[in-house]
Ligand binder design. Structure first.
Ligand SMILES: C[S@@+](CC[C@H](N)C(=O)[O-])C[C@H]1O[C@@H](n2cnc3c(N)ncnc32)[C@H](O)[C@@H]1O
Length: 283
């Protein structure tokens, strides 16, 4: 780290501002590059370009992934009648954010976003806290006890009424050593009956296929590229993250297969197979 960068970090810490390290990529910023955002740096785009070399459909797939979240939130706020959302690992603001989708269906819907990335904290907070029904918490989703006790979370969401927990593309960043299942159990235990959990997760069929090879290349790239942990898991492992919930139809599927908004006009690419998603309801 240069002296200037160190001085910047010290100044940010003294002013209690999030410290942004532009010398290593961040998950939130790399994801932002994939969905066509502007809150990313060269170090993030370098990783993005490396993925493009073997998975050129990755940016289109990132958009499909966001579309999955939009379909799910529309369903939850509408048909399921959910009016409060805890969106863990919200990422940088993009088109569209959870509160925009939910509040279009129900203008009273309340959303708490959580992310631990300094750029999300610095740039995203203002956009995500767009009105008095949305809040942003700079928190760690791997510490459910602390997050669920956070005054902002408790003050804004009513845990005596059903709510929706969103873990969209987050738990694969939690290594086995941090007990992702234990983390999900803690969240699910805290949810009242009638609540929902929406979750997507990177999937490796581990069958020697091209899909599995793509999954492993992405996992290696993330783990060796300074991005921290990324773990592709099996279908059974991902399903186990829904323990205590009833999976809604059509179950745990490729995101393109979860209640698509219309007929498929072109074949799916290999990369469409590397994420599974589903929505569970707490009985
Ligand atoms: C791949 S992005 C997904 C963004 C969004 N949920 C979506 O699906 O469009 C993962 C997000 O999770 C956040 N994240 C990863 N680990 C986290 C942690 N331990 N606590 C809070 N946020 C975390 C990252 O900063 C990033 O913004």
């Amino acid at each position: 780290m240069t002296d200037d960068a160190r001085d910047g970090d010290i100044a940010a810490a003294e002013a209690d501002l999030p410290v942004i390290d532009m010398s290593v990529p961040s998950i939130a910023r790399v994801y932002d590059a994939f969905v066509g955002g502007k809150d990313n740096y060269e170090v993030d785009r370098a990783l993005y370009r490396q993925v493009l070399e073997f998975a050129p459909e990755a940016p289109a797939f990132a958009r499909e992934h966001r579309d999955w979240l939009i379909r799910v939130v529309r369903f939850l706020a509408g048909t399921a009648g959910i009016d409060q959302f805890l969106d863990c690992g919200s990422g940088l603001p993009t088109a569209e954010n959870t509160h925009q989708v939910a509040q279009r269906v129900n203008s009273e819907a309340r959303v708490v976003y959580v992310d631990n990335d300094p750029v999300v904290q610095a740039h995203g907070r203002a956009l995500l806290e767009e009105n008095d029904r949305t809040r942003f918490v700079a928190g760690d989703l791997t510490d459910p006890a602390a997050l669920l006790a956070d005054p902002m979370v408790r003050g804004h969401l009513d845990f005596n009424r059903p709510l929706a927990l969103i873990q969209c593309s987050t738990i694969h960043h939690v290594p086995d050593s941090q007990d992702p299942n234990g983390i999900m159990v803690a969240y699910i235990d805290a949810l009242p009956s009638g609540s929902y959990v929406a979750l997507t997760h990177w999937y490796d069929p581990a069958d020697g296929s091209g899909v599995s090879a793509t999954a492993r290349r992405i996992q290696d790239l993330f783990n060796n590229g300074g991005l921290g942990s990324a773990t592709f898991r099996s279908r059974a492992q991902i399903e186990s993250l829904f323990t205590g919930l009833e999976l809604l139809e059509p179950g745990l599927t490729r995101i393109a297969d979860w209640w698509p908004s219309g007929p498929r006009l072109k074949p799916l690419a290999d990369i469409d197979d590397i994420v599974l998603g589903g929505v569970g309801r707490k009985p």
